[in-house]
Design a protein around this ligand. Structure first.
Ligand code: NAI
Ligand SMILES: CC/C=C\C[C@H](O)/C=C/C=C\C=C\C=C\C(=O)[C@@H](O)C/C=C\CCC(=O)O
Length: 263
């Protein structure tokens, strides 16, 4: 939650007032995490970061071959039982959900909304049922991958942008779930990170002769490691709930200030 606390030379001072949910950081070791779109790119890096912290990780990806091959690699590196490969069977005690799968702007715009927004809503609702302390669950954290395109307009990807604005609004609106269900929901908004999705978007711009736009995007690139660090920070910081984390080349990891979360 953020509120305006005053004015300084006409500039409103915004401050984040985040509810303190629990004392001490959330321990990731031994927790069960699901990462959608975990087969490559940002999601793959999320899986590694969670495994390094000792979580059990379920990789949920449409590219099953990639997911299976990663499972094998991760099992060798992080030991057996560190990977649970069938999402449904683990939903009983899921602690962390990273709703991360996503696609870039494409002609079939309904598909963009289905994957980038509807799946995030569906996944969140399913996980909340499993996590809710009201249903005997032990609470948990949901991190929805949005984008800086969920904060700023994107003339080259209006539907992608709409989907990510949706993810941000949805995640912020669920900040009350901690009180009733023991679940924190946060959104993470990276700028541009070097992945297949990013490369595909650059190619589309180049094919459309939008070289300047492509150049600008490449000039403010961040690393997928930075994004994973942000995700771990959101998981471990129990004070973050309904927060919108930005990750940009200009400012690194910080939070989007909003005037008020409530009507
Ligand atoms: N790369 C970038 O510059 C940025 C990406 N993002 C977001 O980060 C997330 C991950 O993107 P990247 O790693 O860049 O892309 P990527 O294309 O490298 O990886 C996306 C993964 O999601 C999977 N996926 C796609 N549709 C799926 C579905 N229906 N079910 C399950 N898995 C599915 C793909 O198979 C792929 O493994 C996306 O939500 C994207 O919008 C946000 C900001 C910046
Ligand atoms: C279409 C697919 C390509 C990339 C996917 C990605 O999700 C899209 C990102 C869209 C927009 C990114 C904008 C990034 C902007 C910046 O990093 C800086 O201009 C903003 C810097 C600081 C913002 C904080 C502030 O307002 O002070």
């Amino acid at each position: 939650m953020e509120d305006c606390i005053g004015h300084d030379n006409g500039v409103e001072i915004l401050v984040e007032i985040n509810m303190i949910c629990k004392s001490g950081p959330m321990k990731i070791e031994g927790k069960v995490a699901i990462v959608t779109g975990g087969g490559q790119g940002i999601g793959e890096r999320f899986c590694i970061a969670l495994l390094e912290k000792g979580a059990n990780v379920v990789i949920a990806d449409i590219k099953t071959r990639q997911g299976e091959s990663l499972s094998k690699q991760f099992n060798q590196k992080y030991g057996l039982n560190h990977l649970i490969n069938y999402t449904k069977s683990t939903f009983g005690n899921v602690d962390i959900l990273c709703n991360n799968a996503g696609v870039p702007e494409m002609e079939q715009w309904e598909k963009v909304l289905n994957i980038n927004l509807n799946s995030v809503i569906r996944g969140t609702k399913l996980a909340m049922e499993a996590m809710s302390t009201k249903n005997g669950g032990r609470g948990g954290i949901i991190i929805n991958t949005a984008s800086m395109g969920g904060i700023l307009p994107m003339p080259s990807g209006p539907v992608y942008c709409a989907s990510k604005f949706g993810v941000v609004g949805f995640s912020r609106s669920l900040d009350t779930c901690y009180e009733s269900d023991g679940i924190r929901v946060n959104a993470i908004c990276p700028s541009f990170a070097p992945t297949s999705l990013f490369e595909a978007s650059i190619d589309s711009l180049v094919n459309a002769n939008q070289h300047e736009e492509a150049r600008k995007m490449k000039a403010i690139i961040i690393s997928i490691d930075q994004v994973a660090r942000g995700m771990i920070q959101l998981v471990e910081d129990d004070t973050k709930n309904g927060a919108v984390m930005r990750i940009t080349a200009a400012k690194g990891i910080d939070y989007q200030p909003y005037r008020s979360s409530k009507l």
